[in-house]
Design a binder for this molecule. Structure first.
Ligand code: CA
Length: 277
């Protein structure tokens, strides 16, 4: 579960949890918490079950795991994280758990309940979620990894393969992931590519096509176009193709422009390629 928002400036995020059942399997993988991500930096306030040091609420930041913050086996409580300027403060049930410096750029904030991938149980009820910030913008795409996305859509095993098409709509799961459609519903199909030409001035006109992408485009998905002059295997290349994004608020349109203008070549073809990184 992931409910992300992009928060700029100061922010304050909190939630109550109830009936938390976090079965420890030897690590911190089973947990619930508040996540704030800036670039590759990750601030998270986690409630888990006993760490090796007997603590089970802690803050991580880009440089260090702040272990030893609280030792509690409570199955209910309140987690809260506040940023004021470059200072971050975390609370458990109103008491300061950690205070220190942090990054000041826009952060993607989310609350999350996470299983470590082993077949054990984790559950909790979230309540009274509150988020305020100097500026807020929803992240329309709630999925930050392909495995999380297909799991949330109820797919497993071979049906969860990036190239599988379990709903039979002709679109493999990875394409549905990048397009923001449902891989488990034939009624939810990635929109067709939109072809066009662009007047580029003295160089002439270029073949282009546009595709609709989720916003933000997931970090584990590479989206590119390839060009070929004869459709033969091995002739496709991605060099010198211009990609331009247009932000539509809840999605992105990405237009790709062929590397050469229409005219000098006998033929030219383009295709969309999505790859899981
Ligand atoms: Ca499909």
């Amino acid at each position: 579960m992931n409910a992300p928002w992009l928060a700029g400036g100061d922010f304050d995020v909190s939630f109550d949890f109830r009936d938390a059942a976090l079965t420890r399997s030897g690590d911190w993988g089973n947990h619930l918490g508040v996540y704030c991500v800036i670039g590759s930096g990750n601030y998270s306030l986690l409630r888990s079950d006993e760490s090796q040091n007997g603590q089970n609420v802690r803050l991580s930041d880009p440089s260090w795991w702040r272990d030893g913050l609280r030792s509690t086996s409570a199955t209910a409580g309140n987690l809260r994280m506040i940023r004021r300027g470059s200072q971050i403060t975390t609370f458990l049930d109103g008491e300061i758990a950690y205070q220190g410096s942090c990054a000041t750029g826009p952060m993607t904030c989310s609350i999350r309940i996470q299983n470590n991938g082993t077949p054990d149980a984790i559950s909790a009820t979230f309540d009274n979620f509150k988020l305020s910030a100097t500026s807020l913008e929803p992240r329309w795409n709630c999925w930050d990894s392909f495995p999380t996305y297909v799991f949330a859509k109820g797919l497993d095993g071979a049906a969860a393969d990036p190239l599988a098409d379990p709903d039979g709509d002709g679109s493999p799961n990875l394409l549905e992931y990048g397009s923001g459609t449902n891989p488990a519903s034939a009624a939810s199909v990635p929109p067709a590519l939109v072809q066009g030409t662009e007047d580029a001035g003295p160089d002439g006109r270029f073949l282009t096509f546009s595709t609709r992408l989720v916003k933000p485009v997931p970090a584990d998905l590479d989206v590119r176009a390839e060009f070929s002059m004869d459709l033969s295997l091995g002739s496709w290349g991605a060099g010198n193709i211009l990609g331009t994004d247009t932000d539509h608020g809840d999605h992105i349109d990405r237009m790709f422009r062929a590397p050469l203008p229409i005219g000098p070549l006998p033929a030219g073809f383009m295709r969309l390629k999505m790859t899981r990184q």
